[in-house]
Design a protein around this ligand. Structure first.
Ligand SMILES: Cc1cc2nc3c(=O)[nH]c(=O)nc-3n(C[C@H](O)[C@H](O)[C@H](O)COP(=O)(O)OP(=O)(O)OC[C@H]3O[C@@H](n4cnc5c(N)ncnc54)[C@H](O)[C@@H]3O)c2cc1C
Length: 601
C-alpha cells in the first residue's frame, strides 16, 4: 500500500492520519462519498457540528449530475398569487398521492416541514433564484401541485444550487475555527470497510495514478446519486453508473424499491437530453401527429393536462406512439410546442432549453416544434435507510438520489429530488457527526481495513492481468439496451423474465472481461469495467423487483397486472445481494394522515 500523507493545518497528524501496517492512512471523523448537492450539504452539516469531514468524489464536485438540474426545487413558499394558500401539509399530501401511496409518510412529512427552511437557507448563502416583481423567490408550476410551487433559477437551478453549496464548503475549508473539510476529487470508491455490523471507512482508487487507498472514518455517508446509465435512453450523466449503490449493496445493505424507475415524458428525440418539466409548467403543449393536445383524451391526464405526474404523461405519450398517432423514427416521438409562449418568455425562462434544442436537434423552440420522447430519468429506489438517513449498518448513512428514505415511493414529483438532497443531506451530516462524537480514531483501525484493501487490489489485479476475454463495452451495451427495451414504461412478465435472464448471463460473462489497456494511471477501461460490475448488479435488482411485483403502481406499469393491488403489494421491496443475484424480501410501508382511498388525480 502506498503512503498517503494528508497535510492539514489546524491539528496534529495523529488525529487525522492513523498508522496502518506501518503506513499512514487518511482519517476523517466522517467521510462523505459524492460531491453532488446531497454530499456537499451533508459535508457542510458535519462541519457545522465541528467534526472533520472528507468528501470523496469520482469527479470534481461541480461536475456532479446535480449541476444539470433544470426546472426547479419545490417549497411551499406561497410567493405566487395562485399558490398563496400553499403549506407544508399540501406539499406532503401531493407527494404521497404522487408516490401512489408507496412513500413512507413520516419521511414525506419531514421533507415537507423542512422545505422552506432549506430553501431560505440556501437563498441566504447567495443562491441566484429567479425573482418575482416584489423580489421574492419566483415559483413555477410543476407536476403534482396544480399551481406554482417550484422555485427556479431560469432553467439552470442545479447550477445555481450546486455552486452555492460548493462556495460554502470552500468557506468552511478556509475557516480556521472549523474542523477540516477536505475534498478528494477524482477518487473512485470501490468498497466499504466493514467490521461486524459497523462501517469503518472505504477503499478508493485515485483515478490519476490508479493507486488504491484505504480511508478510515467514524462514519460514512453515501451521496453517490442515481444509476440512470443502466439504461440506454437516459437523461442522466455518464457518471451515474450505479457503482455508488452497488458498494453498500455488496457489503450487505439492502436496496429498496428498485423496480420504480422514473421515465421523464420529455427528453430530446434520440439524444434523451432532458427538456425540463418547466417547459410544460410555463405553458408548453404536447401534440400528436394530428396536432391534437392528446392528453385531453385520457381520463388520468385530462384535468392536469401537461402538468399531470410524470408517470401518467410518459405512459400517455407512449400510448399515442404505439397507437400510430406519433411520428416514426428514433423509436417514435411526439411534439412539444412552446411557440405560443413567445420569444421573450422563452429567452428569459427557458434559455438553456433553447440552446439544447438548437445544438442537439437543430430546432428553435421560438419558431419550431420540439421532437420529444419519454426517457429514463430518475432512480426512485436506492440504499434502504430511515428518516435519520441511517442504514442497517452502524455508521453508514445515505442521502440524495442514491438513498431510499422513501419520500418518492412509486413516482417522484418534479422538483422534489433537489429538495430531498438539501433536507436529507443536512440530516445525514448532522446524524453522522453526532454518531462519531466522543469516538476517537483509537480502536477504529484493524484488520478490516487491510482485508478490504487486499480484496479490492486482487480484483483490480485480476482485471489487469487477464490475457484473453470479452470487452466490457459490449456487455455494457447489451445491458443498457435490454433495460431500455424490456424494463421500460410498459412492462410484462415475458419481457421482464427475458431481461432478468439476460442480465444474469451478462453477470457471468463479466467474469471473463479483459482490458485493452493495462496501465494504472487514467485507465478509463479499468474504471469502466470496475463500475460495470456495479451497474450489472443494480440492473439485476431492478429487473428482479419488477418481475416480482405483480401490480401497477406509479412508474411501474405491468400490462399483465394493470391495477394497483394494495392488499398484496402495499409494501416495499428489499433486494439483498447474493452471488446469484438479488434476493428479495418485503417490508411494510409506513402510513400516515393521507388515506389510501383518496385515489390520485
Ligand atoms: C438532466 C436532469 C435534470 C434534473 N432536473 C431536476 C429538477 O429540475 N428538479 C429536481 O428536483 N430534480 C431534478 N433532477 C434530479 C436531481 O438533479 C438529482 O436527483 C439530484 O441532483 C441528485 O443529487 P445527488 O447529490 O444525490 O447526486 P449527484 O449530483 O448525482 O452526485 C453524485 C456524486 O457522487 C459521486 N460518486 C458516485 N459514485 C461514486 C464512487 N463510487 N466514488 C466516488 N464518488 C462517487 C459523483 O462524483 C458525484 O459527485 C434532474 C436530473 C437530471 C438528470
Amino acid at each position: 500500500m502506498g503512503v498517503f500523507v494528508h497535510i492539514c493545518r489546524d491539528s496534529g497528524l495523529q488525529y487525522w492520519d492513523v498508522i496502518l501496517g506501518g503506513n499512514l492512512m487518511p482519517y476523517h471523523d466522517v467521510l462523505v462519498i459524492g460531491g453532488g448537492l446531497a454530499g456537499l450539504r451533508a459535508a457542510i452539516a458535519v462541519n457545522e457540528m465541528n467534526a472533520s469531514v472528507g468528501v470523496i468524489s469520482k469527479v470534481h464536485p461541480l461536475r456532479s449530475h446535480s449541476v444539470a438540474a433544470q426546472g426547479g426545487v419545490n417549497a411551499p413558499l406561497g410567493n405566487h398569487p395562485r399558490g398563496g394558500h400553499d403549506s407544508w401539509k399540501k406539499l406532503a399530501y401531493d407527494t404521497v398521492k404522487g408516490s401512489d401511496f408507496l412513500a413512507d409518510q413520516d419521511a414525506v412529512i419531514k421533507m415537507a416541514t423542512e422545505a422552506a427552511s432549506r430553501i431560505h437557507e440556501i437563498e441566504h448563502w447567495g443562491c441566484p433564484f429567479s425573482r418575482t416583481e416584489e423580489g421574492k423567490i419566483a415559483q413555477r408550476p410543476f407536476g403534482g401541485a396544480g399551481f406554482p410551487r417550484t422555485c427556479y433559477a431560469s432553467d439552470t437551478i442545479g447550477h445555481a444550487l450546486l455552486n452555492t453549496a460548493y462556495e460554502q464548503t470552500v468557506r468552511f475549508k478556509q475557516a480556521a475555527e472549523r474542523r477540516e473539510l477536505a475534498i478528494y476529487p477524482e477518487w473512485l470508491v470501490l468498497a466499504l470497510v466493514r467490521e461486524g455490523d459497523e462501517c469503518q471507512g472505504v477503499v478508493a482508487m485515485e483515478l490519476k495514478s490508479g493507486k488504491l487507498e484505504v480511508f478510515g472514518s467514524g462514519a460514512v455517508i453515501f451521496a453517490t446519486g442515481g444509476s440512470g446509465r443502466i439504461y440506454a435512453n437516459t437523461s442522466n450523466a455518464l457518471i451515474n453508473t450505479g457503482i455508488g449503490m452497488a458498494v453498500p449493496y455488496w457489503a450487505g445493505v439492502p436496496l429498496k424499491d428498485m423496480e420504480f424507475e422514473q421515465f421523464h415524458p420529455t427528453t430530446l428525440l434520440g439524444k434523451n437530453i432532458l427538456v425540463t418539466e418547466g417547459a410544460r409548467g410555463e405553458g408548453g403543449f404536447l401534440l400528436n401527429s394530428k396536432g391534437e393536445r392528446f392528453l385531453a383524451n385520457y381520463p388520468d391526464s385530462q384535468k392536469a393536462m401537461e402538468v399531470a405526474p410524470r408517470d401518467i404523461v410518459s405512459r400517455n405519450i407512449t400510448r399515442e406512439i404505439l397507437d400510430g398517432r406519433g411520428f416514426e423514427g428514433g423509436g417514435g416521438y411526439v411534439h412539444l410546442d412552446l411557440r405560443h409562449l413567445g420569444r421573450e418568455k422563452i429567452m428569459e425562462r427557458l434559455h438553456g432549453i433553447r440552446t439544447i434544442c438548437l445544438e442537439f436537434a437543430g430546432v428553435d423552440p421560438i419558431t419550431d416544434l420540439i421532437p420529444i420522447q419519454p426517457g429514463h430519468h430518475y432512480t426512485m429506489g436506492g440504499i434502504s435507510c430511515n428518516t435519520a438517513c441511517e442504514t442497517g449498518l452502524h455508521g453508514l448513512y445515505a442521502a440524495g438520489e442514491v438513498a431510499c428514505v422513501s419520500v418518492h415511493g412509486a413516482n417522484r414529483l418534479g422538483g422534489n429530488s433537489l429538495l430531498e438532497t438539501l433536507v436529507f443531506g443536512k440530516i445525514a451530516g448532522e446524524n453522522a457527526a453526532k454518531y462519531v462524537q466522543g469516538k476517537g480514531a483509537a480502536g477504529k483501525i484493524g484488520k478490516a481495513h487491510e482485508r478490504a484493501l487486499k480484496k479490492t487490489e486482487e480484483k483490480i489485479e485480476g482485471l489487469l492481468t487477464r490475457e484473453n476475454g470479452e470487452d466490457a463495452a459490449s456487455i455494457k451495451k447489451e445491458m443498457t439496451e435490454v433495460m431500455a427495451k424490456k424494463v421500460g414504461v410498459f412492462r410484462e412478465e415475458r419481457c421482464l423474465a427475458e431481461a432478468l435472464a439476460c442480465i444474469k448471463e451478462l453477470r457471468v460473462r463479466f467474469k471473463d472481461v479483459a482490458l485493452r489497456h493495462r496501465g494504472r494511471g487514467w485507465n478509463l477501461s479499468l474504471q469502466m469495467a470496475l463500475e460495470l460490475e456495479g451497474s450489472l448488479d443494480v440492473a439485476d435488482a431492478v429487473a428482479a423487483g419488477a418481475l416480482s411485483r405483480e401490480e401497477s403502481r406509479g412508474s411501474h406499469f405491468r400490462t399483465d397486472f394493470p391495477k394497483r393491488d394494495d392488499e398484496k403489494w402495499l409494501k416495499h421491496t428489499l433486494a439483498f445481494y447474493s452471488e446469484d443475484g438479488a434476493r428479495l424480501q418485503y417490508c411494510d410501508v409506513r402510513p400516515g394522515p393521507v388515506r389510501l382511498e383518496e385515489r390520485k388525480y
